[in-house]
Design a protein around this ligand. Structure first.
Ligand code: SAM
Ligand code: SF4
Length: 477
């Protein structure tokens, strides 16, 4: 659809594109916050009553140092997750398409000046081999990842998305492709949207201009404002499903949490809808990386920041990646994470290569902390009574803003998410699981259907489950 702006709308559009981060404002809010017991408890309760928090309220939670109150914040996040979202965890995998890069981000193994990095761009056939391997393990949702390079323009990205969607192996198919790539111009975003993407993710890395300049030495990414307004251009191109993120470890973590929140506010003010997801990666070791340890985020603070983010934006999807270890993932998932990657291999061509189990940092962006296979992760989730989900229904039914709907529409999760999680898990169990896992999975499905019964008629779900067992695929609500 072509957008035609009237002159006044042009002005509004230009307003939207203005950088909206004011460092001194964020620091002032942090300095003024008073973390009294009464204040903290009131704010946790506000979030549990399903209200998003202001920058000032979030700053109060960030300033808490009292161990007892920190535990209350974590308990609040756990309660919110259990009450609102339940026990579903959506699974995806990253697929690196190319590691050529013109930028010099000092923390990244792909930085242009890293001569040790072996540069690879997957050709069509290689993408197909990778996708086949991913489908054969049971994946249904991917995020494609690219360095920033003139070769990886909008047409190239759109082309790789189409290649991915075209691969079908056995009962396998990829039903949702998300993107993590450099910000484009509006025309570029339109081209990528046309290829049928889900979310377009761009991480700001740090919301502090001075720190940003210190870590982004050269290349287009050095332009803080171009990156900050990237997802506004995506909106202009009608990509309304966007993901934001900060790379924790570049600057003060409390500041970054408020930076993320300011970004959410900007979206809500301008487009009436917040970002679809928030990511909070921590810096990991990388080939030729060079990071000042001053702002390293400890495990303890990491857990805290995830809990605070959950309470601050209770209706936004939260993504936790395999950068983190199995142990940290187990702890943080409870605090409100909605999506994790599993079976992750970030070596270019690594999924289809036999000897790519061990990480080779000269062919990868950074070290991962959780290299377990998809089946190992699913097994663990089932063991802990989480419901692994490969659901892609909202996106394909045109229901955008699903996390917001999950949060705010009574019965939405039971009507759609839980049933779709059960159906996609059943597909996985039928096509990819060992007999033991199949039993464990169906036992859990029985329990979950039982829990649904009070809210939702389950005859139709039972019928569909039977159809899945008989070989039908891709049934969803
Ligand atoms: N090249 C594009 C860009 O920079 O936006 C696409 C994404 S880049 C391949 C994916 C993300 O990885 C970056 O946005 C950054 O936050 C993260 N990243 C880079 N180096 C990292 C490291 N050493 N540890 C953890 N995450 C890292
Ligand atoms: Fe390139 Fe992205 Fe790595 Fe920066 S983070 S060097 S832009 S791949």
């Amino acid at each position: 659809m072509k957008m035609i702006y009237k002159p006044q709308e042009y002005r509004i559009k230009d307003e939207r594109m203005k950088p909206f981060i004011d460092e001194s404002e964020i620091w002032e809010i942090l300095e003024e916050a008073q973390p009294t017991e009464e204040n903290v408890r009131r704010i946790i309760q506000k979030s549990l009553d399903k209200n998003r928090l202001s920058l000032q309220e979030t700053a109060v939670l960030l300033k808490v140092e009292d161990e007892k109150l920190i535990e209350e914040i974590k308990a609040g996040a756990r309660t919110l997750k259990e009450k609102v979202y339940g026990d579903r965890i959506v699974i995806f995998a990253p697929l690196y398409i190319g590691n050529k890069c013109v930028n010099n981000c000092t923390y990244c193994g792909f930085r242009a000046s890293n001569i040790k990095q072996k540069r690879t761009t997957l050709a069509h056939e290689q993408i197909k081999a990778e996708v086949k391997a991913l489908e054969d393990s049971g994946q249904k949702r991917l995020i494609l990842v690219y360095g920033e390079h003139p070769m990886y323009d909008a047409d190239f990205i759109a082309d790789s998305v189409k290649t991915v969607y075209d691969v079908k192996s056995g009962n396998g198919e990829i039903r949702r492709v998300n993107i993590n790539a450099a910000p484009l111009d509006i025309e570029g975003f339109k081209i990528v949207k046309e290829s049928g993407i889900g979310t377009y993710q761009i991480f700001q890395e740090t919301y502090h201009r001075e720190a940003y300049a210190k870590y982004h030495l050269s290349g287009k990414k050095r332009d803080f404002n171009w990156r900050l307004t990237g997802l506004d251009r995506a909106q202009e191109a009608l990509i309304d499903d966007v993901g934001i993120g900060a790379l924790f470890g570049l600057y003060d973590w409390k500041y970054e949490v408020l930076g993320l929140l300011r970004h959410v506010n900007h979206f809500e003010a301008c487009y009436n809808v917040g970002p679809h997801t928030i990511s909070f990666p921590r810096i990991k070791a990388a080939s030729d990386s060079n990071i000042d340890p001053e702002f390293e985020v400890s495990d303890k603070d990491f857990v805290r920041l995830v809990a605070i983010l959950r309470l601050a934006v209770p209706y936004t999807g939260m993504i936790l990646t395999a950068r983190e270890s199995k142990e940290i993932r187990q702890e943080v998932i409870k605090l409100g994470v909605s999506q994790i990657d599993a079976g992750t291999n970030i070596q270019l061509g690594g999924y289809s290569e036999d000897n790519a189990k061990e990480q080779k940092l000269e062919q990868e962006q950074f070290e991962i902390g959780d290299p377990r296979s998809l089946s190992e992760v699913i097994d663990e989730l089932l063991e802990k009574k989480y419901l692994p989900s490969f659901c892609t229904a909202c996106y394909r039914k045109g229901r955008t803003g699903e996390h917001f709907m999950e949060f705010s529409v009574p019965g939405f999760i039971k009507r759609f998410c839980s049933q779709n999680a059960i159906l996609t898990l059943a597909e996985y169990l039928e096509d990819y699981a060992t007999p033991e896992m199949k039993k464990k999975g169906y036992d859990l499905i029985d329990v979950k259907i039982d829990e649904l019964k009070d809210f939702q008629k389950t005859e139709d779900l039972h019928k569909r489950l039977e159809l899945v067992k008989q070989g039908e695929r891709d049934l969803y609500y």
